[in-house]
Write a protein that binds this ligand. Structure first.
Ligand code: PLP
Length: 360
């Protein structure tokens, strides 16, 4: 992938002190290959794998994305399709542009103009669907055909390979964290906090941290209060639908149903489920701005969840005591709606300093 490099992992000592924990590490997915979220890691790998399956073989010899585009040019006219609440769709549109394909992205009604324009800037056709994210998913699934691949990050009966590949693609984040920790001699975090929409990112976290060497890292998943489908499913023991409309400003997490392929890992591998409201997300955006991180509403959810977990600790002894421990939050998104960012944080994106020091 062009412009690939590991994203920063860094220490936020002032935030850690404010939260009363030993150390806070932030993995900042606010800029990844030129896009404002981690999603391209899943979209790129899943697109590649879906194309191989479609052709019934690997492409011929290729060394960079332009070679690959040439190798698969015979498929054209060809389209990539998905549903999104913003970031995944932009990543799929980005892949389509790199490969010389068309892209059509189905979005829930009422999506912020800035997010739609970001997808259009990649050359995608953006089609608004009456209803929420789950309606957009259902609509996109009907597009599959000889000249059209659906590259979805969530799964449904009969559609599981691509969303599994999306999860595999996300493993890069956790490998990078390990490399950065190894390079600096830091030990593994005691707690890792991950935002959850359909749970694909968390499924990648479970695969990584539930490997035999890391059983002691606690995993906490964060969702909006009215779209806590993974938490609700975990309590029920089976995947549950939390019907919309889901109105949180953490739009990337406004999902009513966990991904089928993620579910077995979510059911067994997540230790704590936290649901937060929009005020908590706004506060976390402001906190992160103080730490020189420009985080969007969804991206800040992990810090909001960590704060909520720590606040609940006084009422629940079973929660981990992090007084001298290390928590790692994955900030999954930069500011994808600059006007909303200004309203919430009270500052323009450009006025938030970027003076952070990577631990690597
Ligand atoms: C910025 C951001 N963070 C987190 C998530 C949640 O990821 P998942 O749906 O895999 O749980 C999303 C999903 O769209 C997202 O856009």
């Amino acid at each position: 992938m062009p412009a690939y490099e590991p994203t920063l992992l860094f220490d936020a000592p002032r935030l850690a002190a404010g939260l009363g924990i030993g150390r806070l590490l932030i993995k900042a997915e606010t800029r990844r290959m030129g896009l404002p979220s981690f999603k391209v890691l899943g979209a790129s790998w899943a697109t590649y794998r879906a194309i191989c399956t479609h052709m019934g073989r690997e492409p011929g010899r290729w060394e960079n994305i332009n070679d690959l585009a040439t190798e698969i040019a015979h498929l054209k006219p060809f389209k990539l399709v998905t549903a999104t609440d913003g970031n995944h769709g932009r990543a799929v549109a980005f892949m389509a542009r790199l490969l010389g394909f068309e892209a059509e992205i189905f979005v829930p009604a009422g999506m912020a103009r800035a997010r739609i324009e970001a997808m259009e800037s990649e050359g995608a056709t953006v089609t608004s669907v009456a209803g929420d994210y789950d309606h957009a998913v259902a609509r996109s699934s009907r597009e599959a055909g000889d000249r059209c691949l659906v590259v979805s990050d969530t799964s449904w009966p009969g559609y599981e390979a691509t969303p599994s590949d999306v999860i595999d693609g996300y493993s890069t984040i956790f490998d990078e964290i390990d490399h950065a920790l190894d390079a600096t001699g830091l030990s593994q975090p005691d707690l890792v906090v991950v935002p959850m929409g359909v749970g694909a990112l968390m499924a990648a976290a479970v695969t990584h941290y539930r490997g035999e060497h890391r059983v002691s890292t606690v995993l906490a998943g964060v969702e909006p209060l009215d779209a806590n489908c993974v938490q609700t499913s975990a309590l029920a023991g089976v995947p549950m639908d939390v019907p919309g409309p889901h109105g949180s400003i953490m739009v990337g997490l406004n999902c009513g149903m966990p991904s089928r392929v993620a579910w077995p890992r979510l059911a067994t591998g997540v230790d704590w489920f936290v649901a937060v409201d929009d005020d908590a997300a706004c506060r976390a955006m402001r906190d992160l701005a103080e730490a020189a991180v420009v985080a969007g509403e969804t991206g800040a959810a992990s810090l909001a969840g960590l704060r909520a977990l720590l606040a609940d600790r006084s009422a629940n002894d079973a929660l981990p005591d992090l007084g001298d421990k290390t928590a790692l939050v994955i900030v999954t998104e930069g500011a994808t709606d600059p006007a909303a960012y200004r309203r919430i944080v009270g500052r323009d994106i450009d006025s938030v300093g970027r003076v952070v020091t990577a631990i690597r």
